[in-house]
Design a protein. Sequence first.
Length: 401
Amino acid sequence: MSKILIDRRAALAGAAALAAAAAAPRATLAQAGPIRIGMIVPLTGSGGPYGPVMAKAVKAVADEINAAGGVLGRKLEILVEDDQTNPEAGVRAARKLIDVDKVTAICGTWASSVTTAVAPLCWESKTFLATVSGADSITLLPHQGFLVRTQPNTTLQGRKFGEFALEQGAKRVFFLTPQTPFADSQFVNIKAAVEKGGGVAERLIYDDKKPSYRTELDQALAFKPDALVFGGYTADTTVLVKDVFRAGFSGKKIAFAYSVNQKLVDGVPAEAVEGIYTIAPSPAEGSNAHKRLVKMIGMDNPDPYTTQVYDHINLIAMAIAQAGEASGAAIRDAIRKVSQAPGGEKVDNALDGLKAIAAKKPVDYDGASGPCDFTDIGDIADCKFRYEQVKAGKIALVKIA
């Protein structure tokens, strides 16, 4: 055999070896690279006061898990996108996270309209979605198990609003709301609760982009209500609260805590917002998980959505470990095995949960938002509610029940 032929074969063999060596690190990297988790949160828009803190909480949990070695020997990488509290922006964010970033799961969608728009993209791509949105319609979507939510649905929330109005002595309750995915369910359940208590209820749907609601308010006041319930977001509720004050309404006023927040209170005349009651799902204050979250983010009273996304990332991390695989389908199949395993070891953070899973023990997670037990369709089974009232320019606790 000629020297030239031998050299040529050697060169080819060397090239093949180099190609194999180059390919091997890429394969290894694909197995050992970070597990990407997406967040779609409102950094701007009506939900803007909540998104940044939600993202901070999830990143803090991921940092803690990564410092302890990660999940399945891999780091968690959190990718945050702003949905602008807008469905179109939410869809763009989801497409980027799913198609470009190749995330395993998405958590944090806040507005029900955003979640409704994003959810089909998730189940079609087999990306797991954990949300804090409350519209009943969300878990009735054909999501094939790729969705859970930690926010109570509006059937439960509406009933709580109606019952609380009755507790305040109201017998004629009027619900003012923009058209949202939860407006119908909210009113149906307010009305049912009020009528069960011997009262009556009515509603009006308004355009949430108007600079004044005096015409709509006149229609509401013609009903002679002794309680008004506000169903909008911060921007339109700010306008409505001012108009209600100018109209001289002296009855009870009840709102979602996410709309009548400290930002709204600070932005309107004190007398206009004084006495308004707010209702929200209650975090599990006093629990170890809640204390951990407070320490992590340096905030004494994290809002319900922040406590819920804290639970999302802990649950997702444990579900991946339980399944032994980082995929949306694996999370779907394992999420209840770590959130509510019968007889499971009680844990309130992923670090303890990961240790228990490594020891082949069943896990039952109770988090910063409370017990995270999910129904077959992905609803949270139960939770407590927080009732507050604006007093002297501050939001003060009335009760947790």
